[in-house]
Design a binder for this molecule. Structure first.
Ligand code: GLY
Ligand code: MN
Ligand code: MN
Length: 368
């Protein structure tokens, strides 16, 4: 896509003669390939995208996705598709790169195997790391990307609203996770955007817990952190619930996290150093009885992957920019007892932000 290719080159001075983005085998696919080449389906293992400073893009792909690739290229006159056998990829790339002397690579995603292969094919080429330019281009979204993020957010929000009706005493964390993922797909997702987190009782105090066979029982706190993929774009939403009567402490913890998220959201404006969003949430939590129980940065950018290259905490000075899609996800975690996290996806706008996720956030005691 010409504007996206040019957005990456704009962040490079001096610019290389070309940029090569190489996919290995799933899951080692560089999502930058799909940033530059807007193709809705297909795996594209082993494929290459060669981006040129004039905005043109050569895509080398196997027969496996040839039709999908050609169909997508019809909508973008800057893309040329080259269907090649695996053993022809290197020689075809050599033809297309011509006499390029300095070539950019995404050091953050390229496998060592691909690097060795390219280095052998392009003997004498100077390689430069363009991963920061790619990250910078990808961090602010264009209207098309925002629309896909909105859809991914809507799917997550629908499931967020449905969770209270799914909860049943005796169900396991894995059963609830399976039901949530099934429902995301029913609502139009192509899959989950990361491994779903469902944590019951004391497990909810661990932010990146993995669901297991633990059964839900009255009095448990529940943290559900999940997201949908919609046409390659991710959502990331967390909702916390309380199954049956909880102690008063967890209700107050929930209300404090909600207040922390509101404070963080109020700080969101273009030009504001990202740390201010984190600090706004941390101030609310640190003024409560649970000082210090926010144990992670309050958010990260979201896009073609759930953690889309950038996160923010107490020391991150990078200013927020219009079009950035980020999460705002404060939490309070009490080991051995329970936790609460509330996470939403937003896009930064001229005057503040727009919510991409919308399910209710407030304290909810679901009848056990
Ligand atoms: N889903 C992991 C996170 O919220 O960052
Ligand atoms: Mn999350
Ligand atoms: Mn997140």
């Amino acid at each position: 896509m010409k504007p996206r290719v040019q957005k990456v080159f704009q962040n490079l001075d001096p610019a290389p003669d070309a940029i090569v983005v190489a996919n290995a085998v799933d899951p080692h696919l560089d999502q930058t390939f799909f940033y530059l080449f807007d193709v809705p389906a297909g795996l594209f293992e082993g494929s290459l995208a060669i981006a040129h400073p004039d905005g043109k893009l050569d895509v080398l792909t196997a027969a496996l996705e040839a039709e999908t690739a050609r169909e997508a290229a019809k909508k973008d006159p800057n893309v040329t598709i080259h269907v090649v056998g695996r053993e022809e990829t290197d020689s075809e790339a050599k033809k297309l790169l011509g006499g390029a002397k300095k070539v950019g690579l995404n050091y953050r995603e390229l496998t060592h195997e691909w690097f060795n292969r390219l280095d052998k094919t392009f003997d004498g080429t100077e390689w430069v790391d363009v991963s920061n330019a790619i990250r910078r281009a990808r961090v602010t979204k264009d209207p098309n990307e925002i629309q896909l993020l909105r859809k991914a957010g809507e799917i997550g929000s629908k499931v967020g609203r449905e969770i209270p009706g799914i909860l049943k005493a005796g169900m396991t964390e894995l059963e609830l996770a399976a039901e949530m993922e099934y429902r995301m797909n029913r609502h139009g997702a192509s899959g989950r955007s990361f491994s779903t987190i469902v944590a019951f009782g004391p497990h909810s105090a661990e932010p990146h817990y993995s669901p297991a066979e633990t059964k839900l029982k009255a009095g448990d706190s529940i943290v559900c952190d999940f997201g949908a993929y919609y046409r390659r774009y991710a959502s990331d939403i967390t909702r916390s619930f309380h199954f049956g009567r909880r102690d008063d402490e967890m209700k107050k913890v929930h209300e404090t996290v909600e207040a922390a998220q509101k404070a963080a959201l109020e700080a969101v404006k273009p030009g504001v150093p990202a740390k201010e969003v984190h600090l706004a949430a941390a101030r609310v939590i640190d003024a409560s009885p649970w000082k210090g129980r926010l144990t992670h940065g309050v958010g990260h950018s979201i896009g073609l992957v759930v953690h889309d290259g950038w996160g923010y905490g107490a020391t991150v000075e990078d200013p927020l920019e219009v079009g950035m899609a980020i999460t705002v996800e404060p939490g309070i975690y009490l080991p051995g007892h329970g936790g609460v996290r509330i996470e939403d996806d937003i896009v930064v706008t001229k005057n503040g932000y727009e919510f991409l996720t919308t399910a209710p956030r407030e304290y909810l005691e679901v009848a056990a």
